[in-house]
Design a protein around this ligand. Structure first.
Ligand SMILES: NC(=O)C1=CN([C@@H]2O[C@H](COP(=O)(O)OP(=O)(O)OC[C@H]3O[C@@H](n4cnc5c(N)ncnc54)[C@H](O)[C@@H]3O)[C@@H](O)[C@H]2O)C=CC1
Ligand SMILES: O=C(O)[C@@H]1CCC=N1
Length: 284
């Protein structure tokens, strides 16, 4: 895709999440010239320019950086912390092209909260991505705002597809999806940390234990990524009857690990709802 034909994208707030999507799109061939990003700090802007070759504006240097980035954009991806989304939408509203699609990747900020700040009819999409988007292996949900037509959702799907698997869901399911795939990479990394700690406990050198835990979770991830993979079947293939793995899995079951993971996911959705309430402010 050349910079001339590709939709022009503005990434507003380019931290952990938006940089992951940006990197995924660039790795798949998107032209750096079709992208502008904004961040707060000049040193972070320089880092992103050096790493990705895209235009990056720093709000710390230029108050009008966000407005400047969106003026020519066909797609605007809001990637600041949830508390910053509504003020950012308000800030860019006068500079948006009427046809520009605004995609928010923020947890807990509803389509209605964003739409309320934008000109009537501005198309808005809510997305819940995850950081493996950087490798083109993300999961990215999309949910349509009130002015997002099916054609526009097809466009959003095609735009994000190079970053990973795109699934369209009703907005009511975003918090649940976020508890599985949005936060999920952290659960997998946490598992790798726990396995490394277990190895050290069993007497392994810490460096060796970290290496084998990391490579094992990554290797298992590659197997899960194969066409038609089934997590339970893959697990059974490792678990010899009356063998060592069976002992480990039975211990996990006895200690209620599945329930613990369920509780963690429920806590994530509860926190999302709580942040939404905090952002909405006191009901008068
Ligand atoms: N980190 C993750 O794995 C995921 C994050 N998200 C969502 O993505 C959003 C961003 O999260 P992270 O990337 O983790 O945060 P982050 O703190 O790494 O990135 C935020 C970036 O926004 C910049 N920023 C803040 N205010 C700005 C403004 N007014 N104008 C321009 N730039 C501004 C900051 O300088 C920073 O670079 C959040 O709303 C979060 O809910 C969603 C899914 C996964
Ligand atoms: O932790 C968070 O709030 C964000 C949303 C999903 C992943 N990270």
């Amino acid at each position: 895709m050349t910079a001339d034909t590709a939709p022009r994208i503005a990434f507003l707030g380019c931290g952990s999440m938006n940089e992951s999507i940006l990197a995924g799109l660039l790795a798949a061939g998107r032209a750096p010239g079709s992208v502008t990003a904004t961040v707060r700090r000049a040193d972070r802007a320089e880092e992103l320019r050096a790493r990705h070759g895209v235009t990056v504006l720093a709000t710390g240097e230029d108050d009008a950086a966000n407005a400047g980035a969106v003026r020519e954009a066909d797609v605007v991806i809001l990637g600041v912390k949830p508390v910053g989304i509504v003020p950012l939408a308000r800030e860019i509203a006068p500079a948006l092209r009427p046809t520009a699609v605004v995609i928010s990747v923020a947890a807990a900020v509803s389509l209605a909260m964003i739409e309320a700040e934008l000109p009537a009819g501005q198309p808005v999409v809510r997305s819940m991505p995850n950081t493996p988007s950087r490798l083109g292996r993300g999961v990215l949900s999309i949910s349509a705002g009130s002015s997002a037509t099916p054609e526009l959702m097809d466009m959003a799907r095609a735009l994000l597809a190079p970053a990973g698997t795109v699934v369209e869901i009703p907005e009511s399911q975003v918090d649940a999806l976020s508890a599985v795939s949005g936060s999920g990479p952290a659960y997998a990394f946490y598992l790798a940390e726990a396995m490394a700690a277990a190895g050290v406990d069993l007497g392994l050198d810490p460096g060796l234990s970290a290496l084998i835990a990391r490579e094992t979770v990554a290797g298992a991830g590659f197997m899960l990524a194969e066409e038609g993979a089934d997590a339970a079947a893959l697990r059974r293939a490792v678990t010899s009857p009356n063998g060592t793995t069976q002992s480990a899995i039975e211990t996990f079951e006895e200690l209620g690990l599945q329930g613990i993971i369920g509780s963690g996911a429920r806590a994530a959705t509860a926190r999302a709802a709580e942040i939404t309430r905090e952002l909405a402010g006191p009901v008068s």
